[in-house]
Every structure is written in structure tokens, then in C-alpha cells.
Design a protein around this ligand. Structure first.
Ligand SMILES: [Fe+2]
Ligand SMILES: [Fe+2]
Length: 261
């Protein structure tokens, strides 16, 4: 079993609250008896893309200790500051796409952000990059795709308006490659599950806040709920290519992990 954790929409804003919540989530994952093989952070790392916010993120992500952390941008991020301050790379506004392997599993993280826009799109360059990753991936190995913007309708009154554009192009790709076992996103600030291209689509919760479905909101007075504790996703990929996801709340007070006898 390969265990991939997902943390999303941390929204570092230079305040203590969101930083403490993201750090708590990382510390929870680092303290698990069976540690995740990797942690994906699926966008909206910062609230407004400032370099100081990425410095805050980098410090909090260090709580993951020796678990590798792979972050990609969301609509609240800035590619240049993301690169220079979080990744330690030269500034560039090109998409930040990243891939890595755990055994036979290939994980491809795609930059779905459009600079200056709240909605998402996978650029032609990103598709070209993804085709290269898939061409080099093991012929029988499972593949996870991760990005910020969900490509499917989620009955979310805010997010459905700023979802991934041109989802059919991605759906065709997903449906045409049976190695792709699931698509993982963030952006919705809600633990959600549906299907896309015939595969599971799992939407990670935010560590910062919760955005309900259309059935619970009283717009415009009540949009984001800041009361719930942060939460993370844990994806277990088994030898039959099944992907079991737990959406785990991480309490901000009390014990995290196994309570001592
Ligand atoms: Fe967000
Ligand atoms: Fe977002």
C-alpha cells in the first residue's frame, strides 16, 4: 500500500491562524505510525501570493519533517513568488508542473492556475508536459493526477463558477489511459467525492476554512465557515489500483494521534 497525503488551500496570509492550522496538519501527518510516502499541497498555498506568505508556508511545511512535500499553485498564488520563495528556483511565470514516482506509482501535479484569474485551465504546455510524463511512466503502474481546480460540477455556489475550464479535454485524456486511478483537487474548501472521466475525483478539504454546498449557504451573508478544525485527505493506493480516501479532521486542541494509556 502506498499512502499519499493531501493538504490543500492553506491560504497563508501572514496571520498566525492559518499558519498554525497548516503546521498542525503537517505535524499530524509526520506523527502517524505509518507515515505518508508524500504530501501533496494542491494550491492556494497563500492568500495573495506575497513572497512573505511563501516564507511562512515554507516554515510551516518543515513540520512534515522527512516526508517529501510537493506543492502546486492555485488561483490565489503567484507563480514567480511561488518559485523563488517556496521552491528556491529562478522566477518565471511558466506553469509549475511537477511529477515524481513512489515505486510503480507516478504522481503528476498540474498547474491549473491562470495568472490573475480565479478560474482554472490547463495550458497547452501543461498537456504537452503531461503527455511526456505519461509516456515515461511504468506501463502497468498506477498514475495519480493532482491539480487545484476541480474539473467537475460540485454543487458549490462559489467554486462551480470558477472551476476548470475545458474539462472535456482532460476527461478524454483520463478516460483514455487506464493507468490513471484518480484525480485529486482542492479549491472547493470541502471534502467531496465524485467521478470524472470514469475515475474517482477526490476533492481535498482546506486547512483554513469550509465552504458548504448549495444546500447550506445563505448568500451573501454566510459563505465561508471558519469554525471547523482543519482537515486533510489520506489516499491509500492498493495493489489492485484501488484508491481509498479518508478525509481526516485534525483537531487544534487536545491529543493528535494515539492517546497515551
Ligand atoms: Fe482556496
Ligand atoms: Fe482556489
Amino acid at each position: 500500500m502506498i499512502l499519499v497525503a493531501q493538504v490543500s488551500d492553506t491560504h497563508f496570509d501572514l496571520g498566525a491562524r492559518n499558519a498554525e492550522r497548516a503546521e498542525r496538519a503537517m505535524a499530524f501527518l509526520a506523527g502517524l505510525r505509518h507515515k505518508p510516502d508524500a504530501i501533496l499541497v494542491t494550491g492556494d498555498i497563500t492568500d495573495s501570493g506575497r513572497p512573505e506568505q511563501y516564507a511562512q508556508a515554507r516554515a510551516a511545511f518543515a513540520a512534515a519533517n522527512d516526508i517529501p512535500v510537493y506543492a502546486i499553485p492555485g488561483n490565489h498564488d503567484d507563480r514567480a513568488a511561488f518559485r523563488t520563495t517556496l521552491l528556491g528556483e529562478p522566477a518565471s511565470t511558466a506553469p509549475i508542473n511537477r511529477s515524481f514516482r513512489i515505486g510503480e506509482l507516478t504522481v503528476a501535479l498540474l498547474d491549473s492556475s491562470i495568472p490573475g484569474e480565479p478560474s482554472g485551465l490547463l495550458a497547452d504546455d501543461t498537456y504537452e508536459w503531461l503527455h511526456g510524463v505519461l509516456a515515461g511512466a511504468p506501463a502497468d503502474g498506477p498514475v495519480l493526477l493532482a491539480m487545484h481546480h476541480p474539473p467537475a460540477h460540485l454543487f458549490s455556489p462559489v467554486v462551480d463558477e470558477i472551476a476548470l475550464a475545458e474539462p472535456d479535454r482532460l476527461a478524454t485524456l483520463v478516460a483514455g489511459d487506464d493507468r490513471i486511478v484518480a484525480v485529486l483537487t482542492g479549491h472547493a474548501h470541502s471534502s467531496a467525492a465524485t467521478t470524472f472521466g470514469g475515475r474517482p475525483l477526490r476533492v481535498a478539504p482546506s486547512t483554513a476554512s469550509v465552504l458548504g454546498g448549495i444546500w447550506e449557504l445563505d448568500l451573501p451573508d454566510h459563505v465561508m465557515d471558519y469554525a471547523p478544525d482543519p482537515a486533510v485527505s489520506l489516499h491509500a493506493i492498493d495493489e489492485n489500483r484501488g484508491v481509498t480516501t479518508h478525509f481526516r479532521t485534525v483537531p487544534m486542541s487536545g491529543w493528535v494521534g494515539v492517546q497515551p494509556a
